[in-house]
Design a protein. Structure first.
Length: 317
């Protein structure tokens, strides 16, 4: 029907309470138990390296979409033709923003990045230096945490002693009302310190094996080979993208091409390397491998105070 004032068509439905709903199982294409199992599995799937459900995002149009940046203006590189990438600001906002009009073929970009991932990003000598630096820094942080734990243990012991003294005073005849508030305060302090100590693990030593570079290369080579197969191709793409933090494209000093600087995602690289061969020497408190336990601390370990280790995990290609 149409609205008499606007002339627009109006769709009216009966109230839901008046609907008649009937199951017609014979018309099902898929059995209910299979449907339920598939929906449950879909709900549990997460995009590699994230906590985002796989159905909650669009897949990248190309292997490294969204990871490329212009070395001149910092803007993104995007498809400018069927098979080429170029700086978006240079084309959309002109020379006032960026003058980098150089382009790169998709096939050339992907070949160079995959080669760097497989052969240059985890150079054995650089990885050995990184492992030494990382181990020293991680153990320094753990030593600091151990000192903090010791302070809490001492504070807990004092709280228990003081509480016991008040109990003894009551036994000796001191009216409970005089010490009640202090006892409640000490007991709350004790409980707080005990909770904090439960989440402050005892110190241990972290060791990363330099041969993780060999395991990493073998795993990356396997992922690259999987790109050419129908089965597992999408998973391989996600895994490879998780290794890349950024690809910076800068006009080459000689010639008309572009130089590429590949910056590896530190957590992704180490997770893949360690998980590929079980190369860590310890387990996290909950039984996970140290590769996963350490990922949350990588930002701190490789932060502003320790940036010297990052070049080991980048490559100019």
């Amino acid at each position: 029907m149409k609205d008499p004032q606007t002339g627009k068509r109006i769709s009216r439905l009966n109230p839901e309470s008046e609907w008649t709903i009937t199951d017609v199982p014979q018309l099902r294409i898929v059995e209910q138990d299979i449907w339920d199992a598939v929906r449950t599995r879909q709900g549990a799937l997460k995009t590699a390296g994230t906590n985002i459900p796989v159905w909650d995002r669009r897949r990248p149009k190309t292997l490294f979409s969204g990871l490329m940046a212009c070395g001149c203006c910092g803007g993104g590189f995007a498809k400018i033709s069927k098979d080429s990438f170029g700086c978006s600001p240079a084309r959309n906002k002109r020379a006032a923003v960026c003058s980098n009009k150089r382009t790169i073929k998709q096939a050339d970009l992907e070949a160079r990045v995959l080669d760097a991932l497989a052969n240059h990003l985890m150079d054995p000598d650089a990885v050995q230096v990184f492992c030494e630096e990382y181990t020293a820094e991680r153990n320094r942080l753990k030593a600091a945490a151990a000192g903090n734990r010791k302070e809490k243990e001492q504070a807990l012991a004092r709280a228990k002693r003081d509480h016991q003294k008040l109990v003894d005073a009551i036994i000796a005849g001191v009216p409970a009302e005089q010490v009640k508030d202090r006892m409640i305060e000490l007991d709350a302090r004790r409980q707080k310190l005990e909770r904090e100590l439960q989440h402050t693990p005892a110190p241990d030593t972290v060791v990363l094996h330099p041969s993780m570079a060999e395991a990493y290369r073998e795993r990356v080579s396997r992922l690259i080979r999987t790109l050419g197969t129908a089965e597992g191709m999408e998973d391989a793409k996600e895994a490879l993208r998780a290794l890349v933090e950024r690809i910076v494209l800068t006009p080459a000093a000689a010639g008309a091409g572009l130089d590429l600087t590949l910056e590896g995602d530190l957590a992704g690289l180490l997770r893949l390397a360690a998980d590929a061969g079980g190369l860590n020497t310890k387990k996290a408190p909950d039984g996970r491998s140290e590769a996963f336990d350490m990922s949350d601390e990588l930002v701190l370990v490789a932060g502003a105070g320790n940036r010297r280790i990052l070049p080991a995990l980048s490559a100019i290609i």
